[in-house]
Design a protein around this ligand. Structure first.
Ligand code: SAM
Length: 272
Protein backbone atom coordinates (compact mmCIF):
# COMPACT_ATOMS: atom_id res chain seq x y z
CA UNK A 1 0.00 0.00 0.00
CA UNK A 2 1.29 3.47 -0.78
CA UNK A 3 0.88 6.35 1.64
CA UNK A 4 -1.84 7.83 -0.66
CA UNK A 5 -3.89 4.66 -0.20
CA UNK A 6 -3.68 4.74 3.59
CA UNK A 7 -4.54 8.45 3.60
CA UNK A 8 -7.68 7.63 1.56
CA UNK A 9 -8.54 4.71 3.81
CA UNK A 10 -8.15 6.83 6.94
CA UNK A 11 -10.24 9.67 5.57
CA UNK A 12 -12.98 7.18 4.61
CA UNK A 13 -12.96 6.04 8.27
CA UNK A 14 -12.93 9.73 9.26
CA UNK A 15 -9.65 9.76 11.20
CA UNK A 16 -6.27 11.44 11.03
CA UNK A 17 -3.29 9.56 12.54
CA UNK A 18 -3.02 10.41 16.23
CA UNK A 19 0.50 10.77 17.56
CA UNK A 20 -0.88 10.47 21.09
CA UNK A 21 -1.98 6.89 20.30
CA UNK A 22 1.25 5.91 18.56
CA UNK A 23 -0.51 5.59 15.21
CA UNK A 24 2.07 4.75 12.53
CA UNK A 25 0.29 2.48 10.09
CA UNK A 26 2.13 -0.27 8.24
CA UNK A 27 1.90 0.35 4.49
CA UNK A 28 4.32 -2.31 3.19
CA UNK A 29 2.23 -5.36 2.26
CA UNK A 30 5.21 -7.71 1.89
CA UNK A 31 6.32 -6.75 5.37
CA UNK A 32 2.80 -7.44 6.70
CA UNK A 33 3.03 -10.97 5.22
CA UNK A 34 6.47 -11.49 6.71
CA UNK A 35 5.30 -10.42 10.19
CA UNK A 36 2.21 -12.66 10.03
CA UNK A 37 4.47 -15.48 8.80
CA UNK A 38 6.20 -15.47 12.20
CA UNK A 39 2.96 -16.39 14.00
CA UNK A 40 2.55 -20.06 14.97
CA UNK A 41 -1.02 -20.70 13.71
CA UNK A 42 -1.72 -23.86 15.66
CA UNK A 43 -5.32 -25.02 15.84
CA UNK A 44 -5.74 -24.75 19.57
CA UNK A 45 -4.31 -21.23 19.90
CA UNK A 46 -6.12 -17.94 20.27
CA UNK A 47 -4.56 -15.20 18.16
CA UNK A 48 -4.82 -11.80 19.86
CA UNK A 49 -3.78 -8.67 17.98
CA UNK A 50 -2.96 -5.53 19.99
CA UNK A 51 -3.60 -2.21 18.19
CA UNK A 52 -5.14 -3.44 14.94
CA UNK A 53 -5.48 0.04 13.40
CA UNK A 54 -6.91 -0.21 9.88
CA UNK A 55 -6.17 -3.94 9.75
CA UNK A 56 -2.74 -4.07 8.05
CA UNK A 57 -2.11 -7.42 9.78
CA UNK A 58 -5.66 -8.33 10.78
CA UNK A 59 -6.96 -9.39 7.35
CA UNK A 60 -4.12 -11.92 6.93
CA UNK A 61 -4.54 -13.07 10.53
CA UNK A 62 -8.28 -13.59 9.91
CA UNK A 63 -7.50 -15.92 6.97
CA UNK A 64 -5.16 -18.10 9.02
CA UNK A 65 -6.36 -18.04 12.63
CA UNK A 66 -8.87 -20.41 14.08
CA UNK A 67 -9.94 -17.84 16.65
CA UNK A 68 -9.00 -14.16 16.38
CA UNK A 69 -9.37 -11.28 18.83
CA UNK A 70 -8.59 -7.71 17.81
CA UNK A 71 -7.96 -5.06 20.49
CA UNK A 72 -8.00 -1.39 19.49
CA UNK A 73 -7.99 1.63 21.79
CA UNK A 74 -9.15 4.17 19.20
CA UNK A 75 -12.95 3.87 19.23
CA UNK A 76 -13.30 5.05 15.60
CA UNK A 77 -10.86 2.41 14.37
CA UNK A 78 -12.49 -0.24 16.56
CA UNK A 79 -15.89 0.43 15.01
CA UNK A 80 -14.32 0.32 11.52
CA UNK A 81 -12.76 -3.06 12.40
CA UNK A 82 -16.13 -4.35 13.64
CA UNK A 83 -17.66 -3.38 10.31
CA UNK A 84 -15.03 -4.99 8.08
CA UNK A 85 -13.88 -7.92 10.22
CA UNK A 86 -16.61 -8.37 12.83
CA UNK A 87 -17.79 -11.59 11.15
CA UNK A 88 -14.36 -13.17 11.42
CA UNK A 89 -12.97 -11.79 14.68
CA UNK A 90 -14.04 -10.61 18.11
CA UNK A 91 -13.23 -6.90 18.24
CA UNK A 92 -12.55 -5.34 21.65
CA UNK A 93 -12.73 -1.54 21.75
CA UNK A 94 -10.39 -0.73 24.63
CA UNK A 95 -6.93 -0.27 26.09
CA UNK A 96 -4.94 -3.52 26.19
CA UNK A 97 -3.22 -2.36 29.39
CA UNK A 98 -6.52 -1.96 31.22
CA UNK A 99 -8.15 -5.23 30.20
CA UNK A 100 -8.42 -8.14 32.65
CA UNK A 101 -7.07 -11.48 31.38
CA UNK A 102 -10.63 -12.97 31.31
CA UNK A 103 -11.84 -10.13 29.08
CA UNK A 104 -9.12 -10.94 26.57
CA UNK A 105 -8.77 -14.71 26.71
CA UNK A 106 -12.28 -15.68 27.80
CA UNK A 107 -13.03 -18.77 29.89
CA UNK A 108 -11.58 -21.48 27.60
CA UNK A 109 -8.09 -21.81 29.12
CA UNK A 110 -6.60 -21.99 25.62
CA UNK A 111 -3.10 -20.61 25.17
CA UNK A 112 -2.74 -17.46 23.11
CA UNK A 113 -0.33 -15.71 20.78
CA UNK A 114 -0.08 -11.92 21.14
CA UNK A 115 0.79 -10.08 17.97
CA UNK A 116 1.04 -6.37 17.23
CA UNK A 117 2.85 -3.56 15.54
CA UNK A 118 2.92 -1.87 18.90
CA UNK A 119 2.28 1.81 19.63
CA UNK A 120 5.80 2.83 20.61
CA UNK A 121 4.76 5.21 23.43
CA UNK A 122 3.61 2.20 25.48
CA UNK A 123 5.60 -0.66 23.96
CA UNK A 124 7.65 -1.28 27.12
CA UNK A 125 4.50 -1.38 29.25
CA UNK A 126 2.90 -3.82 26.82
CA UNK A 127 6.02 -6.02 26.99
CA UNK A 128 5.83 -5.89 30.76
CA UNK A 129 2.15 -6.92 30.68
CA UNK A 130 2.95 -9.76 28.25
CA UNK A 131 5.64 -10.92 30.70
CA UNK A 132 3.05 -10.95 33.51
CA UNK A 133 0.60 -12.91 31.33
CA UNK A 134 3.18 -15.42 30.09
CA UNK A 135 1.52 -18.47 31.64
CA UNK A 136 -1.39 -17.87 29.28
CA UNK A 137 0.85 -17.36 26.25
CA UNK A 138 2.60 -19.59 23.75
CA UNK A 139 4.27 -16.73 21.88
CA UNK A 140 4.39 -13.01 21.05
CA UNK A 141 5.21 -11.44 17.69
CA UNK A 142 5.83 -7.76 18.38
CA UNK A 143 7.11 -4.95 16.17
CA UNK A 144 9.03 -2.55 18.40
CA UNK A 145 11.54 0.29 18.22
CA UNK A 146 14.71 -1.41 16.93
CA UNK A 147 16.56 -0.41 20.08
CA UNK A 148 14.03 -2.15 22.35
CA UNK A 149 13.99 -5.25 20.10
CA UNK A 150 17.77 -5.46 20.32
CA UNK A 151 17.72 -5.17 24.11
CA UNK A 152 15.11 -7.89 24.39
CA UNK A 153 17.07 -10.37 22.25
CA UNK A 154 20.60 -9.47 23.41
CA UNK A 155 23.03 -12.17 24.57
CA UNK A 156 25.18 -12.00 27.74
CA UNK A 157 28.23 -9.72 27.51
CA UNK A 158 26.85 -7.76 24.58
CA UNK A 159 26.30 -4.00 24.78
CA UNK A 160 22.48 -4.27 24.80
CA UNK A 161 22.18 -7.07 27.38
CA UNK A 162 20.18 -5.84 30.38
CA UNK A 163 17.06 -6.30 32.50
CA UNK A 164 14.72 -7.02 29.55
CA UNK A 165 17.12 -9.60 28.08
CA UNK A 166 17.43 -11.48 31.39
CA UNK A 167 13.70 -11.44 32.22
CA UNK A 168 12.64 -12.67 28.77
CA UNK A 169 15.76 -14.85 28.48
CA UNK A 170 14.83 -16.97 31.50
CA UNK A 171 11.31 -17.77 30.28
CA UNK A 172 11.49 -17.69 26.47
CA UNK A 173 13.53 -17.81 23.31
CA UNK A 174 13.38 -14.61 21.34
CA UNK A 175 14.68 -13.66 17.94
CA UNK A 176 14.47 -10.70 15.56
CA UNK A 177 12.59 -11.96 12.48
CA UNK A 178 12.22 -8.74 10.44
CA UNK A 179 13.55 -5.20 10.33
CA UNK A 180 11.72 -2.11 9.05
CA UNK A 181 12.87 1.34 7.99
CA UNK A 182 10.56 4.29 8.75
CA UNK A 183 9.39 4.13 5.07
CA UNK A 184 7.34 1.01 5.88
CA UNK A 185 4.90 3.15 7.92
CA UNK A 186 2.63 6.16 7.50
CA UNK A 187 3.28 8.59 9.04
CA UNK A 188 6.99 7.69 9.23
CA UNK A 189 8.16 7.11 12.82
CA UNK A 190 11.36 8.81 13.94
CA UNK A 191 13.15 5.49 14.54
CA UNK A 192 13.87 2.16 12.85
CA UNK A 193 11.79 -0.82 13.90
CA UNK A 194 12.20 -4.57 14.25
CA UNK A 195 9.85 -7.52 14.77
CA UNK A 196 10.66 -9.96 17.56
CA UNK A 197 9.25 -13.45 17.92
CA UNK A 198 9.15 -14.63 21.53
CA UNK A 199 8.39 -18.32 22.17
CA UNK A 200 7.71 -19.03 25.84
CA UNK A 201 9.16 -22.14 27.46
CA UNK A 202 6.48 -24.71 28.13
CA UNK A 203 8.03 -25.47 31.53
CA UNK A 204 8.16 -22.12 33.29
CA UNK A 205 8.36 -22.92 36.98
CA UNK A 206 11.90 -23.45 38.14
CA UNK A 207 10.65 -25.28 41.20
CA UNK A 208 11.93 -25.41 44.76
CA UNK A 209 13.34 -22.16 45.98
CA UNK A 210 12.54 -20.10 42.93
CA UNK A 211 10.31 -17.03 43.35
CA UNK A 212 9.70 -14.93 40.25
CA UNK A 213 9.24 -11.71 42.21
CA UNK A 214 12.55 -12.22 44.05
CA UNK A 215 14.22 -13.04 40.75
CA UNK A 216 12.95 -9.79 39.16
CA UNK A 217 14.05 -7.72 42.14
CA UNK A 218 17.51 -9.27 42.07
CA UNK A 219 17.93 -8.66 38.33
CA UNK A 220 16.88 -5.00 38.68
CA UNK A 221 19.21 -4.46 41.63
CA UNK A 222 22.12 -6.17 39.82
CA UNK A 223 21.89 -3.75 36.90
CA UNK A 224 21.70 -0.62 39.08
CA UNK A 225 25.17 0.43 37.96
CA UNK A 226 26.46 -1.55 35.00
CA UNK A 227 30.13 -0.78 35.62
CA UNK A 228 30.12 -2.12 39.16
CA UNK A 229 30.66 -5.77 40.02
CA UNK A 230 27.61 -7.54 41.48
CA UNK A 231 29.02 -7.59 44.98
CA UNK A 232 29.04 -3.78 45.06
CA UNK A 233 25.57 -3.43 43.51
CA UNK A 234 23.99 -5.96 45.86
CA UNK A 235 25.78 -5.73 49.22
CA UNK A 236 23.54 -2.98 50.63
CA UNK A 237 20.39 -5.00 49.92
CA UNK A 238 21.29 -8.73 50.21
CA UNK A 239 23.01 -11.04 52.71
CA UNK A 240 26.07 -12.15 50.76
CA UNK A 241 28.37 -13.45 53.50
CA UNK A 242 29.22 -17.13 53.78
CA UNK A 243 27.28 -18.42 50.79
CA UNK A 244 29.27 -21.18 49.13
CA UNK A 245 29.74 -21.19 45.40
CA UNK A 246 28.59 -17.63 44.72
CA UNK A 247 31.78 -15.70 45.31
CA UNK A 248 32.98 -16.15 41.73
CA UNK A 249 29.63 -14.89 40.33
CA UNK A 250 29.63 -11.89 42.67
CA UNK A 251 32.95 -10.71 41.31
CA UNK A 252 31.48 -10.39 37.81
CA UNK A 253 29.33 -7.61 36.33
CA UNK A 254 25.58 -8.15 35.81
CA UNK A 255 25.89 -8.09 32.02
CA UNK A 256 28.24 -11.10 32.14
CA UNK A 257 25.73 -13.44 33.80
CA UNK A 258 23.33 -15.70 31.88
CA UNK A 259 19.65 -15.89 32.94
CA UNK A 260 20.45 -19.34 34.40
CA UNK A 261 23.19 -17.86 36.62
CA UNK A 262 20.74 -15.18 37.86
CA UNK A 263 18.30 -17.96 38.80
CA UNK A 264 21.05 -19.79 40.70
CA UNK A 265 21.86 -16.63 42.61
CA UNK A 266 18.24 -15.74 43.38
CA UNK A 267 17.74 -19.20 44.91
CA UNK A 268 20.71 -18.76 47.22
CA UNK A 269 20.70 -15.20 48.52
CA UNK A 270 18.19 -13.43 50.74
CA UNK A 271 17.23 -9.77 51.10
CA UNK A 272 18.54 -7.96 54.19
N1 SAM B 1 -1.64 -2.64 13.40
C1 SAM B 1 -1.78 -1.41 12.66
C2 SAM B 1 -0.76 -1.36 11.56
O1 SAM B 1 0.21 -2.14 11.62
O2 SAM B 1 -0.92 -0.55 10.64
C3 SAM B 1 -1.62 -0.19 13.56
C4 SAM B 1 -0.28 -0.08 14.26
S1 SAM B 1 -0.06 1.46 15.14
C5 SAM B 1 1.69 1.42 15.34
C6 SAM B 1 -0.59 1.11 16.81
C7 SAM B 1 -2.10 0.93 16.99
O3 SAM B 1 -2.34 0.67 18.37
C8 SAM B 1 -2.96 2.13 16.64
O4 SAM B 1 -4.04 1.72 15.86
C9 SAM B 1 -3.42 2.67 18.00
O5 SAM B 1 -4.67 3.31 17.95
C10 SAM B 1 -3.46 1.40 18.83
N2 SAM B 1 -3.27 1.59 20.30
C11 SAM B 1 -2.58 2.57 20.94
N3 SAM B 1 -2.54 2.35 22.26
C12 SAM B 1 -3.23 1.19 22.48
C13 SAM B 1 -3.55 0.44 23.65
N4 SAM B 1 -3.13 0.83 24.87
N5 SAM B 1 -4.31 -0.69 23.52
C14 SAM B 1 -4.73 -1.08 22.29
N6 SAM B 1 -4.46 -0.41 21.14
C15 SAM B 1 -3.70 0.70 21.23
Amino acid sequence: MKSVEIVKKLSSVGIKPKKSMGQNFLIDKNMAKKICGAVPFEEDLLIVEIGSGTGALSFTLAEKANELILIEKDADLASYLKKVLGGRARVISGDFLKLEPEEIFGPTGKKAVLIGNLPYYVSKRILRRAFELKEKLRACVFTLQREVAEKLTALPSSRDYGILSVLFGYCSESKIVARQSPDCFYPKPGVDSATVRIIFNTKLACGGLFSEKEFENLVKCSFRQRRKILLNNLKGFYELEGIDGLQELLRRRAQELSPGEFILMSERIKRK
